[in-house]
Ligand binder design. Structure first.
Ligand SMILES: [Cu+2]
Length: 216
């Protein structure tokens, strides 16, 4: 009798210990250096988006602080945490510019001929799908990935500041140091307007990427 009670008590204690350890291992400070997604300067008007992201994780609560510059001014920019969970992810190299003919490509692009830009779909094999949408309010799930009205807007000089604290899924918290932050949206000089919102290709074009790593 006593032995059986001891076993029953031991099981929850072991579960609590492992849960505690998991929380401890995913808490901490993380950061990412945001660098331009490789491209041919003439293809996108010479954009040079750079920035820094600081992430502070406590359990499943994530505080995100992003500063970026060089973005298309006065327009919202979609920003996400990307990556396949429990896998290796990386920011794309120019080799990703294979141009297989995406339905959102500008009409001037010829499938099979690299266009000097890494599109949303060309970058996806490198940095993976959206895990978290870094919106300014409301939902932060992948389904808000293109909710441009809820993303931070760059100021008149193309600078962007983002600060938000919210809950992230357990799997994302656990794998945070293997994931990436990607900023999207640029005005291409190849069309007549001066907006990144005139086409899905421009609004979703990845312009900066940074690998998240643990700082301490
Ligand atoms: Cu993204």
């Amino acid at each position: 009798m006593h032995k059986r009670y001891a076993l029953l008590l031991a099981a929850p204690a072991a579960l609590m210990l492992s849960a505690g350890a998991a929380t401890a291992s995913s808490a901490g400070h993380f950061g990412a250096d945001l660098r331009p997604v490789p491209h041919t300067p003439t293809a996108d008007g010479g954009s040079n988006v750079t920035g820094t992201a600081k992430l502070r994780l406590t359990g499943r609560t994530l505080r995100v602080d992003i500063k970026a510059a060089g973005l298309t001014p006065n327009e919202p920019h979609a920003m996400h945490i990307h990556g396949v969970l429990q896998a290796r992810n990386e920011c794309p190299t120019i080799a990703a510019d294979v141009n297989t003919g995406d339905s959102i490509d500008p009409a001037t692009f010829v499938a099979g001929e690299p266009d000097g830009l890494i599109s949303l779909s060309e970058g996806a094999p490198s940095y993976g799908p959206i895990d978290v949408s870094l919106t300014t309010s409301g939902d932060t799930s992948p389904s808000s990935g293109l909710a441009l009205e809820r993303f931070a807007t760059a100021d008149s000089e193309g600078r962007l500041d983002y600060h938000r604290t919210f809950a992230i899924p357990k799997g994302v918290a656990k794998d945070l140091a293997d994931l990436h932050i990607v900023l999207h949206g640029t005005d291409l000089p190849s069309d007549s307007d001066h907006s990144s919102l005139s086409s899905l290709f421009e609004a979703t074009l990845p312009v900066a990427c940074g690998e998240i790593s643990r700082e301490r």
